[in-house]
Design a protein around this ligand. Structure first.
Ligand code: FES
Ligand code: FE2
Length: 362
């Protein structure tokens, strides 16, 4: 199926790279509940990945491709610290090393690390993988916003699959002004000015984009942070009847699936503890979750039906300055990726040349 807003393959290699998904970040790839006993296969950043959980509950992630003849490892069997291919039974461990080739004796494939493996961490009910390029195989430490990891916060994770490139999902969050229009009839965004001046300011980990002179009325600000992963934070004010905890926080991630699909992660957070936490969790499950889904569906509906190649035919104005800044920043990350790879390859060639000169003299 082709989606309406497919970006036709750009001639610009940086844009083509950005369309697939920016490397050298951690990304949430699945909610924790989705990975239990059987191996599962998924596509993220156009890469096919198999995930499974071992006896200790630790998640492993490999390229979803058997080294023998390319069968999907995700169709195979979970053997705890290994996964076995369904086709001819090859067993591969979490590091990507072939542990056993049961169909032949003493196969030279045994002991070889020939399947790509991904560093894995699990936090706040989601599984995060590191997508490093060749120059960044070792992961940067993953630091998540306090709302996801500090004990004084309570959160619910909401995951949704959208048929649009992930860059549209980032644009959408970096655009607070749509709250007063698209979500005008929602339970939380019916109030406040329909006009605003917006400004961008730098923060320690990224940038803040906010309305000048309006706070705590509608969707009035959004922050983007880069801390080993790319997250967005915003807060929606809540009336008293929606329970304790003050503003309602959202931490969002837009995760590339392929050029035409993404998966969005929105953690709904509140700073509540003790009985207030229980009250809020009860209220959320019974009343608020449905209302939030309705709001999120409005976003999905608009994004999935944007004009073809919408980003290439825009007239942007003052509200769009935050989004523009983020696009520029991501473009710099794309350029950096190519520069780092070039430097990495040059170093390797140099090391290779030195090694062969060494041999010649030996
Ligand atoms: S393709 Fe996997 S064992 Fe043959
Ligand atoms: Fe929205």
């Amino acid at each position: 199926m082709t989606s309406l807003n497919t970006t036709s393959p750009p001639a610009d290699p940086v844009q083509a790279y950005l369309d697939r998904g920016i490397k050298n970040y951690w990304y949430p790839v699945a909610p924790s509940w989705q990975v239990s006993n059987a191996p599962i296969g998924l596509t993220r950043l156009s890469e096919q990945i198999v995930l499974w959980r071992d006896q200790e509950g630790k998640v492993h992630a490999l390229e979803d491709r058997c080294p023998h003849r390319g069968a999907r490892l995700s169709l195979g069997w979970n053997l705890g610290n290994r996964v076995a291919c369904w086709y001819h039974g090859i067993e591969v461990d979490g590091s990507g090393t072939v542990q056993s080739v049961p169909a032949v004796s003493a196969c030279p494939l045994e002991g070889q690390k020939c399947v790509k493996s991904y560093p894995v961490e699990e936090h706040a009910g989601a599984i995060f993988l590191w997508f490093g390029d060749d120059a960044h195989k070792e992961p940067t430490p993953l630091a998540l916003p306090d709302e996801l990891v500090a004990p004084e916060y309570s959160q619910f994770l909401c995951v949704s699959n959208w048929k649009c490139n992930y860059q549209y999902a980032i644009d959408n969050v970096m655009d607070p002004m749509h709250g007063a229009y698209l979500h005008a009839t929602s339970h939380s965004m019916a109030e406040g000015d329909k006009q605003a001046d917006m400004r961008v300011r730098k923060t320690e980990t990224g940038l803040m984009f906010e309305k000048v002179g309006q706070r705590d009325v509608n969707f009035d600000w959004v922050e983007l942070g880069e801390t080993g992963c790319l997250w967005m934070r915003l807060a929606i004010p809540y009336k008293k009847k929606f329970g304790p905890g003050g503003n309602f926080g959202i931490i969002g991630f837009a995760v590339p699936v392929d050029n035409d699909n993404c998966q969005v992660y929105f953690w709904r957070t509140r700073k509540v503890s003790g009985w207030q936490r229980d009250a809020w969790r009860f209220l959320y499950r019974n009343r608020l979750e449905g209302l939030h889904w309705a709001v999120l569906e409005q976003d999905r509906y608009v994004l999935e039906s944007l004009a073809p190649n919408a980003r290439q035919h825009e007239f942007l104005y003052q509200h769009d300055v935050g989004m523009t800044r983020v696009r520029r920043m991501l473009r710099q990350r794309g350029q950096q990726h190519f520069a780092d790879l070039d430097a990495f390859k040059a170093k390797q060639t140099e090391a290779g040349a030195q090694a062969s000169t060494g041999h010649a003299h030996a």
